[in-house]
Design a protein around this ligand. Sequence first.
Ligand code: HEC
Ligand code: HEC
Length: 240
Amino acid sequence: MKFIVAILLWGAASLACAANPASPLEIPDTLEQRLKPCIICHGDEDRAGRDAYYPRIAGKPAGYLFNQLRNFRDGKRYYQAMAILLENLSDDYLLEIARYFSSLKYPYPQPVANTLSSEETKLAETLIHSGDPERDIPACSACHGKALTGTKPFIPSLLGLPHAYLAAQFGGWRNGGIMRGQTPDCMSEIAKKMTQEEVNALAVWLPTQPVTGESAEAEELAPELVQRCHTIFAGEDFIQ
Ligand code: HEC
Ligand code: HEC
C-alpha cells in the first residue's frame, strides 16, 4: 500500500511538472513519461482485463475522457487515487491528457462466454437495440452507436469494459447518494428507469460482445438525444 501511495505521489508531482519544466528528476519530461502513473491501473496488460475493476480509457472519445477527468478533479465522481493525481490540474492540461489517451490504440480483451439464460439475453438485447418507448428508454445503440463503440466526442464505447466496473457505474447512477458525473444527466435518468434484472443482464451481456471498430462520428447522433444529454455536451465549445 505504501508503495502505491509513493508511486501516486510521485505521479502527482510529475504531473504537476507541466507548470515547472525544471524537474530535478533526470527523466525526459514528455507527456507520455508524466502519464506513466496512470498506466499502472489503465495499462494494456492483465490489470485492465475482464476480471479487474479498472476501466479501459485508451481510444475513448476525448470529450468523454475530458469530462470524466474534470468530474474526478471537481469531486463530481469519486475515486481517491484519481482525485489525488488530478488535484489542481488545469482544464487545458486535462484536455491534453484526454487527447493523449484517446489517441492510444491498445488491443481489446477477448469477449467472455455468455452465462445468461435465453430470457436474460433477450432482455439485454432488446434494451440495446430497441430500448423501451413505453418507459421512455431509448435504445442504448441510439446514443452509443450501432456497434456500441461510442459516438464522438462525448459518448463512450460500451465494449471492452469489465463486468464489475459496469455493474458499479449503474449502481452509481441509480443510487442518488453516489456521484457519477454531471447532474442531471441522461445516463442516470435512463438507469433509474431500468429494473435490477435489466441492469444485471446488461452488465453480463456487454463483456460477451466482440469489439469491432472505433467510435462513430458525432453527426450520427439524433438532435433530441443530444438535447437529452445537454449537461454532458456543455463542454462542446471547449473541446473543438
Ligand atoms: C490506482 C489506480 C488508478 C490510477 C493510478 C489511475 N486511475 Fe483512472 N481510474 C481508476 C478507477 C478504479 C476508475 C473507475 C472509478 C469509478 O468507478 O468511478 C478510474 C477511472 C478513470 C477514468 C474514467 C473512465 C471511464 O470510462 O469513465 C479516466 C478517464 C481515468 N481514470 C483516467 C486516469 C488518468 C489520466 C490517470 C493518471 C493521471 C489515472 N486515471 C490514474 C483507477 C486508477
Ligand atoms: C440519450 C443517450 C444515451 C442513451 C440512450 C444511453 N446512453 Fe449510456 N451514456 C450516454 C452518455 C452521454 C454517457 C457519458 C456519461 C458521462 O459523461 O458521465 C454514457 C455513458 C455510459 C456508460 C459509461 C461507460 C464508461 O466508460 O464508464 C455506460 C456503461 C452506459 N452509458 C451504458 C448504457 C446502456 C447499457 C444503455 C442502454 C440501456 C445506455 N447507456 C443508453 C448516453 C446515453
